[in-house]
Design a protein around this ligand. Structure first.
Ligand SMILES: NC(=O)c1ccc[n+]([C@@H]2O[C@H](COP(=O)([O-])OP(=O)(O)OC[C@H]3O[C@@H](n4cnc5c(N)ncnc54)[C@H](OP(=O)(O)O)[C@@H]3O)[C@@H](O)[C@H]2O)c1
Length: 288
């Protein structure tokens, strides 16, 4: 089976490429600029998903039966300041994939976010009301709606605060600073359900294999403050937690508003395909 992965140089895209390759899929990875994985045995192509002609050329040449759209503008503050760029990449670019996918009966997998919710309630189910508080969330919700309305065979996977113990992600960036003795100010009143990247990739593999449709929430299901997430890791690495200071959202001047509690419930994935993710302590105990 041929799978085309967009955003192949991103944090998630790179992991998807390697795990789909390992599971014997015929992988066509695409991304901005040069390939940022050194060793693999699949095709990599430079592709800006905003280019209609380039996208069509790649689709016609490689004829995938599955597309996983992991490309996005993910810097939430940049999205707030550059709204037309954000909408173009995160939503309008779908016009370059959806009609072809409908015509060719492609299973279209869209990676979405907990930021489609306003964060007032927390513990969101798939069919809860969406009401994004920033432009990034708005663009991702517009994308979801475009996909749903189109009639394409889709799965929309909403995830939250992805992490790994290596590579460039929010956690490793914080840990690097602590090791350099830099004091960190971390919000203690924003709650997320952190997601170990391998659990997300495993869920995507299952959703593809079982040809699942509809919206799925994929996270650990464990709601924690961002402050507690970082402290937990730093403590377990025998590093200095005194360098981590808690700060409240109102004292952090961010360009884009963040949802206070965007935690995702994962009961649907548990019921539909026995999704059993690791929580933070499982990951710490097993891998640190
Ligand atoms: N990370 C999280 O905590 C999180 C949480 C919820 C949802 N998500 C969703 O998960 C998906 C993957 O996110 P990620 O964490 O892997 O983010 P990422 O590391 O920023 O990856 C996104 C990739 O998309 C690429 N991209 C940007 N504009 C593009 C364009 N015009 N054409 C082609 N590629 C383009 C970026 O290229 P460059 O590398 O060159 O910039 C980047 O490699 C996104 O849909 C995101 O909304 C992520």
């Amino acid at each position: 089976m041929k799978v085309l992965i967009t955003g192949g140089n991103g944090f998630l895209g790179k992991e998807l490429r390697m795990q789909f390759q390992k599971n014997n899929y015929d992988v066509i990875a695409t991304g901005l600029g040069k390939d940022r994985i050194s060793y693999h045995n699949h095709i990599y192509l430079e592709l800006d998903i905003q280019s209609p002609s380039k996208c069509l050329e790649v689709l016609q040449k490689h004829q995938p039966s599955i597309i996983i759209n992991a490309a996005a503008l993910t810097d939430v503050d940049r999205c707030q300041l550059n709204q037309s760029e954000c909408l173009s990449i995160n939503c309008d670019s779908l016009n370059n994939f959806i009609p072809y996918s409908i015509e060719n009966r492609i299973h279209f997998i869209q990676i979405s976010t907990d930021f489609v919710f306003n964060g007032k309630k927390g513990e969101y189910k798939e069919n809860d009301f969406c009401d994004p508080v920033n432009y990034y969330g708005f663009s991702k919700l517009e994308a979801e709606n475009k996909i749903i309305k189109s009639g394409v065979d889709y799965a929309i996977i909403r995830t939250s605060l992805l992490y790994n113990l290596t590579g460039n992600n929010f956690l490793t960036r914080f840990i690097k600073k602590i090791k350099e003795n830099v004091e960190l100010k971390i919000v203690d009143d924003q709650y997320r359900t952190p997601t170990y990247i391998f659990d997300l990739v495993s869920a995507i593999l299952i959703i593809v294999k079982l040809k699942k449709n509809g919206i799925y929430h994929i996270s650990s299901g464990e709601s924690l403050s961002i402050f507690d997430i970082v402290c937990n890791f730093v403590k377990n690495m025998d590093s200095n937690t005194s360098l981590i200071k808690n700060i409240s959202t109102k004292d952090l001047s961010q360009k884009a508003i963040r949802p206070i509690n965007s935690s995702l419930l994962i009961d649907k994935a548990k019921k539909d395909f026995n999704f059993t993710p690791m929580n933070l302590n499982d990951v710490i105990n097993r891998f640190l």
